[in-house]
Structures are given as C-alpha cells and as structure tokens.
Design a protein around this ligand. Structure first.
Ligand SMILES: NC(=O)c1ccc[n+]([C@@H]2O[C@H](COP(=O)([O-])OP(=O)(O)OC[C@H]3O[C@@H](n4cnc5c(N)ncnc54)[C@H](OP(=O)(O)O)[C@@H]3O)[C@@H](O)[C@H]2O)c1
Length: 275
C-alpha cells in the first residue's frame, strides 16, 4: 500500500523515486540489497515489511527476519553507501496501556510477535549509526491492497449488519497521508523517530461505521468486544500515537474522516478493478 502511495506522489524536485518490488530487491537477500544500493544512492525508503500481524504469531522467525534482522542489514548497507534510510514502524511497538497519546520517546513495549519484530528493526537502525528517519504509523489503509477499510467497504454492501470491535482506539491513516507527510518531514530535515497518522482518533467500530454510512447507510455496525472476536495476536487497547512533534514541523495532518472520504471516492471509482 505504502510503496504505491509513494509512487503516486507528484515528483516536485530532483529525480523520481525508483519503485522496487520484492523480485527486484529481496530484503532477505543481502546481494540483492547491495545490488540496488550503490554509492550514488542518496535516499532509501523502505516500505517493505512482514505485515501479517496474526501470521507473525505462528511464524515469528519469518517476521523477525524481514522486520528485524534484514532491516538492520539494510541500515548498515545505507550507512556504508552514505544514504539516508527512511523506515516505517508501528503503533504496535507499544502495549496500549496508556491513557494519553504515545510520544515518540516513550519506551517500546510490544505485546505481540509483529510488534517485537518491528521494535527490533527500530533498535537495529538506531544502533547502526545510519542517517535515518523512522516513521511510526497506525491502522494503514488505501484504495488498493488488503486492508480494513476495503474489507468493510465490501462487507457493508453484502450484509445488513456487521459486528466490529469497539474497545480498541487508534488513529486510522491513509497511505497517501503517510507518504506525503514523510516527504514533507524529509524536506524539513527531520531525523530520528516521528509519528504520522491522520488526526483525530476512533475505534474500529467507528471507522467501520464511517465507511458503512458512506457506502450503504442501511447496514448497521454493532459494537463488540475484543474478547468476543479472539485473534491469534494480542492487540493494544489504546494505540493513539502523539502527533505534536510532526505537526510542529510540517503543520496539521488531515482529519481521518476527510482522508477516508478521499479514499472511499477512489474505491468507488475503481470498483471492479483488481486490487
Ligand atoms: N498496514 C498497517 O496497518 C500498518 C500499520 C502500522 C505500520 N505499518 C507499517 O507500514 C509499512 C507499510 O505497510 P503496508 O501496509 O503498506 O505493507 P503491505 O501493503 O503489506 O506491503 C508490504 C510489502 O513488503 C513486501 N515484502 C515483504 N517481504 C519482503 C522482502 N523480504 N523483501 C522485499 N519486499 C518484501 C511485500 O511484497 P509481496 O507483495 O511480494 O509480499 C509487499 O509488497 C510497513 O513497515 C508496516 O510495518 C503498517
């Protein structure tokens, strides 16, 4: 999702970014990484990750290899080449026990294997000495790819009622917001860890309700609890990321309902096309 969002940004200054698929650059293959990061590479934006949160519980080694070890090796390669590394991380590096938004400098305390693997990636980048920007985000979605908004957009048109968890709070984020805000952070010279999400906060049920009310208002979205809908990976109950540092540097981030409206329009326009 995020890689496509980056490639959809208009090119303003300098060369257009080169988008690489896993076939062209496999993070698990150091030769393939070394082959694409040359001494003339100035900037590497790593949108790749093992993103199956529940799958990571069964397959922790695979998640750790991609999100942890390989990210550390990528950081070393970037440092050697003199390139800046932009890397993405997640609200799931926190345990969700907080009652106010997580600041960038709060200690990492992941609850699940995916969060552990992403926290390791952050730590290895920091230890590598590479010039870097780590951008944590949450509840990412786009008009394409596999994500919650697209799932609800389909289900609310097939069913009259849905049940969605209402005891997890977070910040939905359009992949377009994330790519655009990262670019503006880079332009502002930001380094270290930043948080980028659409602004405001909601529960999954509120997000699903906003999708349904736009696409099929007769579909009723009922609240349910996490306990009623068990999943292999534990999720943080409260994973609202604090945006104040980012907003001081690049100005206000879009409200999540506005960003959602834009993506729902795109989903409607591209209905029937492959993901
Ligand atoms: N999705 C969310 O809700 C969410 C929330 C917080 C943070 N994030 C973070 O945001 C970033 C972008 O996530 P996303 O949702 O846009 O991801 P995504 O749509 O799941 O795409 C991940 C991409 O990584 C590629 N990939 C996986 N293993 C690879 C490897 N060994 N070498 C090279 N490429 C590999 C995948 O390739 P294939 O298509 O070939 O599998 C896929 O294209 C990630 O760092 C993720 O952890 C996501």
């Amino acid at each position: 999702m995020l890689g496509r969002a980056w490639l959809s940004l208009p090119v303003v200054d300098g060369p257009a970014p080169l988008g690489l698929s896993r076939r062209e650059c496999d993070l698990l293959d150091p030769d393939s990484v070394a082959g694409v990061i040359g001494d003339d590479t100035r900037l590497v934006i790593n949108c790749a990750a093992y993103t199956d949160v529940d799958g990571a519980e069964r397959n922790e080694a695979a998640a750790t290899a991609v999100n942890g070890t390989a990210v550390g090796e990528l950081a070393v390669r970037c440092r050697e080449a003199g390139a800046t590394l932009v890397h993405y991380s997640t609200d799931y590096v926190f345990d969700g026990a907080a009652t106010e938004p997580y600041r960038v400098d709060q200690p990492r305390r992941p609850l699940n294997a995916y969060g552990l693997s992403k926290a390791l990636g952050e730590e290895l980048i920091e230890a590598s000495g590479v010039d870097h920007l780590i951008v944590r985000t949450s509840w990412l979605y786009a008009a394409h790819g596999s994500n919650f908004v697209r799932t609800i957009a389909r289900l609310c048109q097939e069913r009259d009622e849905l049940r969605v968890v209402a005891d997890q709070r977070g910040r939905p984020t359009s992949a377009l917001t994330l790519a655009d805000a990262t670019r503006r952070l880079l332009e502002s010279g930001a380094r270290g860890v930043r948080h980028v999400c659409d602004s405001g906060e909601c529960t999954w049920r509120e997000l699903a309700g906003a999708v349904a009310s736009r696409l099929n208002p007769s579909c009723i979205v009922h609240p349910c609890t996490t306990a009623e809908f068990p999943r292999p990976a534990r999720r943080p109950a409260y994973s609202v990321l604090d945006l104040s540092l980012t907003e001081r540097e690049i100005g206000p981030l879009p409200a999540w309902r506005d960003a959602l409206e834009r993506i729902l329009n795109e989903i409607n326009e591209t209905a029937g096309e492959p993901a």
